[in-house]
Design a protein around this ligand. Structure first.
Ligand code: PLP
Length: 385
């Protein structure tokens, strides 16, 4: 007898993560590949985090501090927020799940910009809710006006991503405040700031400024996975009104963040040198890649994050596969509904160069293929006549 699975679970397409280097090399029998697919930090982890991990290993026989006291205290001080406002998560992904679990019931609606981070709608579907995608504006910014218009009595949570993944676009202050003034205060508004450390636009919002009495149901998400280089450890945090944190705490596993992850995050917060290097590498990498893409006659979407979108003017899936064969892992945006776009994360200078060289190669080969097929078609036509 087969176990029965509810239809809302059976119909889910699992999250497609960036292909790991090891998997690619196993499948293709190649080595020396590079991964520019998951917006990771190419510099490696923060050295201060690694040092802190070594020191913390002696206590691995003990359960972690489930309340994450020292890390929450340091985060609260750093961001000028009350200690009770901070909630730790096994990556910010876990907090996305806690939010949906706490505030949405089966049949409720959760509004999501589209395209945006794929996990939001997956989590909503896991829990029997209805994701309501709101298409981006033609300039690929989040359409806050359309989102405000789409609110119904069933809307429980609204996800906003700043900068957005996959576009790298940010939310402006005026638009965001106009949006907020139209949103009923019982709706939870999440501002996912996974990439905010890379932002250079002075007009964008800083989610922490909105936590408080005026807009009680704002939750800001941050992560140590990107600018701090700790994606493998799984640690992130949310900041919100203490009462909201109290609700999320009710649905949180008691030891959701490990002791090494907490120690590493504490170390990383002191590593200004690493943070500055991460930012500078990203900004110089973006400038280099923009210029190269322009020289190739392609268009791109300027980004405030550590990745950006390129319109490859042909089928992105094919470009993705051909790049894989050359040992370069990027993302096709087909699963985000953008058939001609690829997303590339900023790497080390030599990785960026390798990406450009491989892309030129791939597009040239695809062009040759196309013209060979065209001429075949043409000569075929002549023969048929
Ligand atoms: C917008 C956004 N939020 C959250 C995450 C996940 O972060 P974490 O590693 O903290 O779970 C990602 C990762 O790609 C992301 O793009």
């Amino acid at each position: 007898m087969k176990p029965s699975v509810a239809e809302h679970i059976a119909s889910i397409v699992p999250y497609p993560p960036g292909k790991p280097i090891e998997e690619l090399e196993r499948e293709y029998g190649i080595s020396g590949s590079i991964k520019l697919a998951s917006n990771e930090n190419p510099l490696g982890p923060s050295p201060k985090a690694v040092e802190a991990i070594s020191a913390a290993t002696a206590k691995l026989n003990r359960y972690p501090d489930g309340s994450g006291f020292y890390l929450r205290k340091k985060l609260a001080e750093k961001h000028g927020l009350p200690f009770e406002s901070i909630l730790l998560g096994n990556g910010s992904n876990e907090i996305i799940e806690l939010i949906v679990r706490a505030f949405m019931s089966p049949g409720d609606e959760v509004m999501i910009p589209s395209p945006s981070f794929l996990l939001y709608s997956l989590v909503v579907r896991w829990m029997g809710g209805k994701p309501v995608p709101v298409p981006l504006k033609p300039d690929l910014g989040i359409d806050l006006e359309k989102m405000a218009e789409a609110v119904t009595s069933k809307t429980k949570v609204i996800f906003l991503t700043n900068p957005n993944n996959p576009t790298g676009k940010v939310l402006g202050k005026r638009d965001f405040e106009a949006f907020l003034s139209r949103i009923p205060q019982h709706i939870v508004v999440v501002i996912d700031e996974a990439y905010i450390e890379f932002n250079t636009n002075p007009d964008t919002i800083r989610g922490f400024d909105y936590i408080g009495e005026k807009w009680p149901a704002i939750i800001v998400l941050r992560t140590f996975s990107k600018a701090y280089g700790l994606a493998g450890l799984r640690i992130g945090f949310g900041a919100m009104e203490p009462e909201i944190a109290g609700f999320l705490n009710r649905v949180r596993q008691p030891f959701n963040t490990g002791s090494l992850a907490q120690a590493a995050a504490l170390g990383a917060l002191d590593d200004d040198e690493f943070m500055n290097r991460s930012r500078e590498l990203t900004w110089s990498g973006l400038q280099f890649l923009y210029k190269e893409i322009e020289k190739m006659g392609l268009s791109y979407v300027p980004s405030e994050a550590n990745f950006f979108l390129i319109d490859v003017a042909c089928e992105a899936k094919k470009v993705y596969e051909a790049m894989l064969r050359r040992g370069v892992i990027i993302r096709s945006m087909a699963s985000y509904g953008m058939e001609r776009h690829i997303r590339v994360s900023i790497g080390l200078a030599e990785e960026n160069l390798r990406f450009i060289t491989a892309l030129k190669d791939v597009l040239a080969a695809m062009g040759e293929n196309d013209s060979a097929q065209n001429s075949k078609r043409l000569s075929g036509g002549v023969q048929n006549r």
